[in-house]
Design a protein around this ligand. Sequence first.
Ligand code: FE2
Ligand code: FE2
Length: 253
Amino acid sequence: MSQITAESKLRTPAEAAGDYKGLLVRLMSRQLFAETATAEVFGKAVTAGPTWADKYLAAEFAAEEARHSQGLYDLLIDLGEDPEAIIAARPDADEFWQLDLNNWLDIAVFNFTVDRAGSHQIMEYRQSSYLPWADSQEVVLADEEDHYDNGVENLKEFAKDPKKLAQFQTIFNRVLPNCVKRAFGRLAGPDNEMCLATGLKRNPTEVIVNRYLAEMRGHMEGPGLKFPPIAAFEAIKCELADSSKEILLSLQA
Ligand SMILES: [Fe+2]
Ligand SMILES: [Fe+2]
């Protein structure tokens, strides 16, 4: 819809039509993939968690991710879409995020790494021109703050034991490149331009990725976690802007 601009505010599903609606549904579907896959990861964490405190928190997080998923599910129905069909097309959660869901360390790395990448996309959606979606993301982001705090605390715990930190690092080297590729998508292209032109997102992908990586670096320096080598990103064909490579290269083993 050519009359929709970055300043537009759409208040009802009926106002979303044409190419704008197509892109909106693609973005919301991608978030639904992430939220449902994350709900399943935390569901598995109830079994994998080593202590009752870990299991209880995992159950809480699973319920919150399920609520985030349900919010999108309902919004997609309002737009005339079939969320069950969308979810059915997603790879299994372990394949989607490249995780061994029976391994608590994999889940801890996920909690620190992948879940936070989603939050940085949600920070964009919260300011989106499609208000039913934007307004619903405030509560989601508040939940996600707690999830990340827990991810950071877990990393600090693991870092007390050099052997565990080394294991964390190995898993992180596998999970982060896949996460950047999955969570942020392509750097350029018509979808990105239209996102900015219609206010579906407020920042280009490069800026969002860099905001995420810089925040991660802030929490990695203390515990001694390093970014994976650039080769690990290249091996899975994860596109990186030069400015993102710079951040990755600033904290290497
Ligand atoms: Fe979530
Ligand atoms: Fe989360």
